[in-house]
Design a protein around this ligand. Structure first.
Ligand code: SF4
Length: 298
């Protein structure tokens, strides 16, 4: 269920949002969640449009007081001030808001609905207005054919209009769902976007404190950008081309999405054999963000 129908979204994700169904599903994992305190992820479709969304958040907060609640949304429902206030009364909440285009035209083209842009814009502004210190707020831009040459404008718009964001994320699209079906119309290769990504991360990371790249194998980027990469795909969805055995940085790399390898191939992925001084993270953080700095970077 979604108020946007982006061509890269997956319509298989549209079932099972009845309150009782959700409670039952979460209940099956209650012991594990309470023990591990791992985050509880609410995704969709668009989760905020189910009528019991606020009720669900309050139920989760009451029953899992130590777990972060992570919600992915297109942000449109937050344009309603009362709704935004009710949601942001729930503490320890992370909101990941999709923001794929910075003009009404680009937004409509990508989201597949007319008129959503002003709502998302107002929604993010309301979130930033009503947030508290226990919240984490981020925007997420999926890079596709329609917006990859507009990254400078998109990041400039985000920087200018959304003061107080914790994180800004650029995500390489996954070749699955409708994105896989629209190969050629929506999809890009890493090579297609390399120059734009490099130029814009170098430029905007000077102004945006936490600017991240998700779903990028290391060798498609210059090493100076590796600290911006996070390992964000589950192990079952990625694999390593044969050549990776010769790569000195395999243990820090996410690998390549299986569908990307099937549909585009392995040619872009070249083992890195030069010695690069890395500052790495430890423990749990190493899993998701192994490289925190390069050489003598602070
Ligand atoms: S060669 Fe393989 S292991 Fe090395 S950076 Fe590229 S994808 Fe990752």
């Amino acid at each position: 269920m979604c108020t946007n129908s982006a061509e890269f979204s997956d319509p298989k994700n549209n079932k099972g949002y009845e309150f009782d169904e959700l409670i039952e599903r979460i209940g099956q994992r209650a012991e594990h969640l309470l023990k591990t305190k791992e985050p509880i992820n609410i995704t969709g479709g668009e989760p905020t449009i189910v009528p019991h969304f606020v009720k669900l958040l309050n139920w989760l907060r009451k029953n899992f007081p130590r777990n972060e609640i992570v919600c992915v949304s297109n942000g449109r429902m937050f344009s309603y001030e009362d709704f935004a206030k009710q949601v942001l009364r729930v503490d320890n909440l992370k909101l990941e808001i999709a923001f794929h285009g910075h003009t009404p035209r680009l937004y409509d083209e990508i989201s597949g609905v007319k008129g959503g842009f002003p709502q998302t814009l107002q929604g993010i502004k309301n979130i930033l207005r009503f947030r508290n210190d226990s919240h984490l707020i981020e925007t997420r831009t999926v890079i596709i054919r329609q917006n990859h040459k507009r990254l400078d404008d998109i990041l400039g718009f985000v920087h200018e209009n959304f003061k107080g964001l914790d994180t800004v994320v650029l995500i390489f699209h996954e070749l699955e769902g409708q994105c896989g079906d629209h190969l050629g119309g929506v999809a890009v290769s890493y090579k297609d976007i390399e120059k734009e990504v490099v130029r814009n991360i170098e430029k905007w990371s000077k102004k945006i404190d936490d600017l991240r790249l998700y779903h990028f194998p290391l060798c498609v980027l210059p090493s100076g950008l590796w600290p911006h990469t996070w390992r964000t795909l589950p192990a079952r969805e990625v694999s390593f081309p044969d050549n990776c055995a010769k790569c000195l940085y395999r243990k820090y790399c996410m690998g390549v999405h299986n569908e990307y390898r099937r549909l585009v191939g392995d040619e872009e992925f070249k083992p890195v054999d030069s010695k690069i001084l890395l500052k790495t993270s430890r423990g749990q953080e190493f899993i998701y963000h192994p490289i925190v700095a390069i050489g003598d970077q602070p």
